[in-house]
Design a protein around this ligand. Sequence first.
Ligand code: SF4
Length: 492
Amino acid sequence: MDLTRYKRRTSHEVKIGATAIGGNCPIAVQSMTNTATADVEASVAQVERIADAGAPIVRLTAQGKREGEALRDIVAAVREDGYATAIVADIHFVPEIASIAAESVDKVRINPGNYRTSGGELEALIDKCRKRGVALRIGVNHGSLARHIVDRLGDTPAGMVESAMEFLRICVGENFDQVVVSMKSSNTRVMVQAYRLLVEAMEREGMTFPIHLGVTEAGNGIEGRIKSAVGIGALLADGIGDTIRVSLTEAPESEVPVAEMLVEHFQNREGEFEVLHPERYSPTEYRRRTAAPIVAHSEMTDDYVVVEAVSCNPTAEWRAAILDREDAAPVVIRRHYDGSKGEVALRAAADMGQLLLDGLADGVWIDAPQIAEAELHEVELMILQASRARFSHTEYIACPSCGRTLYDIEQALADIKARTSHLKGLKIGVMGCIVNGPGEMADADYGYVGAGAGRISLYKGKQCIERNIPQEEALDRLIELIKTNGDWRENE
Ligand code: SF4
């Protein structure tokens, strides 16, 4: 990682159908459908809507044979309609489905947590991919690592990296380089550390696989956008990332302009900032520089100093200025932004998040006089929360939903937020399916998880408390559960 200036990490090119990522290709944006993949007509329509929104790569879940086979019809129909969009199959559990999907799609994503490294499963898939020119993504998710990894390294960034490296080494051994890798988490600090550790591990072993970035379960609305911008921006700022997906619990096509804005934001990063004390910085370890309270700008006292970034590369500019300070005064980072509230929030989150995630900044100051003070204050608090520096709202860990979701998750999330958003410090998971939801809602205190058509299961931590209750009753029962456990407060 170059602390002084922006430089894109060196990666090799991987072809995904008519698109390519890595190498000198621009950073590609992508999204994922949330239709039932077996419903070919609905899935084709949604793939085309996502493509029309501007994404050259679209992923669909294939949880069973029916979905694996439907992919063939979906690819055929999309091509017939004149779309060259790269189609990706997302396989979580069954290696056999990956093999079926590889016969029709352009890329197959597998979760190494659910594959064995012995017995030749991966080698067989690689053979199949090589024959048709299909790319592979090794998609590691925090919360669904293989047992042997968790036993040895825990469900940690180091465990996530080892999980990917085991598979990447097999790919190298098989002389197959058409592989992309990802390390997703809903916890932005875990996610950023995992990607940075991955980059180090790949460099040590001479690997240049391109990287897919994403924050999982980011939620919706401005909060979901800010959380994605914090995690993805912290890495793009240092040239890490060849393709990105912004996951929102919204219509998938609404993810595309957000991702495009992020890519565009990192296009011009000129400037060089000498760092006199690089030993004060560790990209893979959280070190808070001071013990001062974390503040939004209106809460600043005279103890805080302000460091304003004015160059095209604010992240590196702030980092260099803070690392070189000889005093221990807490620092508020400041920058002026033009544009609408949504634009300002996304850009400020993308620039400022890294400094908070690394423990270098103690507060943020968004200078945007075109936006009302109270709204800016809210945005600043959301950036602090998304960067895990300070929690002032309920934290929602909501998956973007996919073909496995069998209830109206968008509406459910809106209803849950309306009743629980005052529960500061509480984490609530809102997940589409029982298969991946419980594992991937990470450290949520409570979980609202899709269990079947219109059915919900409720969790307290990792424990399922109520199974299969009708969606209409689920929110009241969730609140009851929060009350029973003493975590409820009335909204004053
Ligand atoms: S948790 Fe959500 S996005 Fe993940 S597989 Fe289940 S429904 Fe799909």
